[in-house]
Design a protein around this ligand. Structure first.
Ligand code: T3D
Length: 260
C-alpha cells in the first residue's frame, strides 16, 4: 500500500477504504502535495477490486478548510494550481467507479466543501458546517463547486450560499438536500461505517454507470437521456451481477452482488 505524508489510507471494514486528510493543525487545509496524494489514493481505491466503497474525511476537528491560505498567496498561480492539482484530484474521485461518502466531521470550507460535494453521499456530524468561502476572499468557486452545488441544492440556493458565504449547519444542510444523513459527533464514524456497509454489496457496475448518467442528464434532452440508457443497459445486463439478481429473484432470496 502506498505511503503518504499528508493523508492516511486505511481499510476500516471489509470492502471499505477510508481516506483521511491529515493536517489537523491546519484544519486539513490543502497543499499541493496533499492534493497529489488524494488523487493517488482515489486511483489506488479504484484499482483495488476488494474496495467497494470509499469514505473521505478529515483528521481532528475539521473536514477541510480549503486551500492553505497561510502559504504564499501573493505568488499563487491559480490556473496552474487548479489544472495541475485540483482537477486531477476531483476527476480521480469522479472516476472512482464505486461509491464515495464524505464523512464531514466539522468545517468543510472552500475547495474542502467542493471535495465533500464531489462525493456521492455526505454524512455530517451535528456540529459540521459548510462554508462556500470563495466570495469571502473575492474568488469564484472552484474544485467543482460551480458544477456540484447547483445540482445538489438548486441554482437559487447555490447562488445565495456562494454570494453571502453564510455557514450552513448540519440541520439546514439536511433540510436542503446537501447531506444524506446527520449524526451526533460521537456517532459519526459508526453511522458512516453502517451506511458504507449498505454500499459494499451493491451492483457496482450499474452504480457507476447510473452515476455517470445522472450527472450527464442535466446537459441532455430526453432523446439524449434515452440514448445513454440504451447504451448502458446492455453493459449492465452483461454483468455477472445481473445474472445473480435474476437468480436471486427467482429463488426468493437476497442477491449476493460481487460488483462484476
Ligand atoms: O489556485 C488555487 O490554488 C486557488 C484555490 C483555492 C481553493 C480554496 O479553497 S479558496 C478558499 C480557502 N478557504 C477559506 O477561505 C476558508 C477560511 N477559513 C474559514 O472560513 C474558517 O476558518 C473555517 C470555516 C474553515 C473554520 O472556522 P472556525 O471558526 O471553526 O475556525 P477558525 O478559528 O476560523 O480557524 C481555526 C484556525 O485555522 C485559525 O488559525 P489560528 O488562529 O488558530 O492560528 C485559522 O486561521 C486557520 N485556518 C482556517 N482556514 C484556513 C486556516 N489556515 C490556513 N488556511 C485556511 N484555509
Amino acid at each position: 500500500m502506498a505511503q503518504y505524508e499528508n493523508i492516511l489510507y486505511d481499510l476500516p471494514a471489509p470492502g471499505v477504504a477510508k481516506v483521511t486528510l491529515n493536517r489537523p493543525d491546519r484544519l486539513n487545509a490543502y497543499t499541493n502535495p496533499l492534493l497529489s496524494e488524494l488523487a493517488d489514493a482515489f486511483r489506488q481505491a479504484k484499482a483495488d477490486e476488494n474496495v467497494r466503497v470509499v469514505i473521505v474525511t478529515g483528521a481532528g476537528r475539521g473536514f477541510c478548510a480549503g486551500q492553505d491560505l497561510a502559504a504564499n498567496t501573493a505568488e499563487m498561480d491559480f490556473e496552474k494550481g487548479l489544472k495541475e492539482y485540483y482537477r486531477p484530484m476531483i476527476l480521480a474521485l469522479a472516476d472512482l467507479g464505486k461509491p464515495s461518502i464524505a464523512m464531514v466531521n466539522g468545517a468543510a470550507a472552500g475547495a474542502g466543501m467542493s471535495l465533500a460535494l464531489a462525493c456521492d453521499f455526505r454524512i455530517a456530524a451535528q456540529n459540521a458546517k459548510f462554508v462556500t468561502a470563495f466570495a469571502g476572499i473575492a474568488l469564484v468557486p472552484d474544485a467543482g463547486m460551480s458544477y456540484h452545488l447547483p445540482r445538489l441544492v438548486g441554482l437559487a440556493r447555490a447562488q445565495e450560499m456562494i454570494t453571502f458565504n453564510r455557514p450552513v449547519g448540519a440541520d439546514e444542510a439536511l433540510s436542503i438536500g446537501l447531506v444524506t444523513k446527520i449524526a451526533p459527533a460521537d456517532q459519526l464514524e459508526a453511522t458512516t461505517l453502517a451506511f458504507a456497509g449498505q454500499l459494499v454489496n451493491i451492483p457496482t457496475v450499474a452504480f457507476a454507470l447510473t452515476r455517470q448518467m445522472l450527472h450527464r442528464s442535466f446537459d441532455l434532452d430526453l432523446s439524449g437521456a434515452l440514448a445513454q440508457e440504451e447504451k448502458n443497459q446492455p453493459i449492465a445486463g452483461a454483468t455477472a451481477d445481473f445474472m445473480e439478481g435474476i437468480r436471486a429473484f427467482m429463488e426468493k432470496r437476497a442477491p449476493q452482488f460481487k460488483g462484476k
